[in-house]
Design a protein around this ligand. Structure first.
Ligand SMILES: C[S@@+](CC[C@H](N)C(=O)[O-])C[C@H]1O[C@@H](n2cnc3c(N)ncnc32)[C@H](O)[C@@H]1O
Length: 284
């Protein structure tokens, strides 16, 4: 991986597609279209780095605070940095972190929640963004020798994100707007790897039935001539779910911050124009 080539996201993101950008670039380069639609944008790293191939990217996510944060970084970075610095000044000790969690969970202004989320993201355990069923953020404090202040990364994000429209939306709502000329790339919360539970509750639980609905959207898009791809773990369920696509399995070296976390099995399923076996595939 040529790290120099890619723009790092300003958010810490476990399982980030930053580690896969070279593979994604190869796979997305065969999908032709003017606009990239990304229904699960997370840190925004894919649209941020694939922008040169498209006139415009529409990057959406169901987490409203996250989308607001990405928009603030794109449109009013200096204000975000000023407010972010004030919150960072609280430091990373457990008491300060816990008080910020309480404040975040009680806050009604989305803009303020977005600023608090910026602090939580770098001070919590592993950069997780996780909520319980009631929408309450519930990640514990992390243990760090040093906490990175993302001010320069925010400024770089601003410079490199002007081709992106950040949208607060569920994947269903966004994908129902897709039209010929679009290319769709989905990076949903991971499926569990072969029965082992995995972390999936970024926003609201993303269950197997949601993965099936998403796969059906992708199949339907390809029938309408809208090329698209989905990322996931490489696991039995992915192989089954995406059996009618071109399926690429590979391993990626994972790291969070400076720590290497070993290799993880990943896949990309590419759905293009209907092949001969489409009818049969739709029956599965
Ligand atoms: C695997 S992460 C995307 C990571 C991103 N590709 C990156 O590398 O930064 C999945 C994202 O899907 C979002 N999400 C979860 N359920 C969703 C839904 N129903 N519709 C749209 N987004 C959803 C989560 O908020 C999370 O940001």
């Amino acid at each position: 991986m040529n790290e120099q080539k890619w723009v790092r996201p300003f958010l810490k993101w476990p399982g980030s597609k930053f580690d896969l950008l070279s593979v994604l670039e190869d796979e997305l380069s065969i999908l032709e279209g003017k606009h990239l639609m990304e229904p699960f944008c997370g840190s925004g790293v894919v649209s941020l780095n694939m922008g040169h191939r498209f006139e415009k990217c529409i990057a959406a996510d169901a987490n409203e605070d996250l989308v607001c944060l990405l928009r603030l970084a794109q449109k009013t970075p200096e204000l975000l940095i000023k407010e972010g610095m004030e919150v960072y000044a609280r430091g990373g000790k457990k008491d300060a972190f816990d008080a910020t969690v309480v404040e975040y969970n009680q806050e009604v202004s989305v803009k303020r929640r977005a600023v608090l989320l910026l602090y939580l993201n770098r001070h919590c355990f592993n950069g997780l963004i996780r909520y319980n069923q009631k929408g309450i953020y519930n990640v514990p404090v992390g243990e760090f020798k040093q906490i990175l202040a993302p001010w320069d990364l925010i400024r770089t994000f601003t410079e490199n994100s002007q081709h992106i429209e950040f949208v607060h939306s569920t994947f269903e709502k966004l994908l129902s707007l897709a039209k010929p000329g679009d290319v769709v790339y989905s990076d949903p919360p991971y499926l569990p790897i072969d029965g082992k539970t995995s972390f999936t509750a970024y926003h609201k639980p993303f269950r197997l039935r949601h993965h099936v609905v998403l796969r059906d959207y992708h199949r339907e898009l390809s029938l309408r001539g809208i090329p698209n791809a989905i990322s996931n773990h490489d696991c039995k369920m992915s192989r089954h779910l995406y059996s009618t696509s071109k399926y690429l399995a590979f391993e990626v070296q994972r790291s969070i911050g400076s720590k290497t976390r070993g290799k993880a099995p990943e896949c990309i399923a590419v759905f293009t124009k209907p092949a001969l076996n489409t009818k049969q595939a739709m029956l599965t």
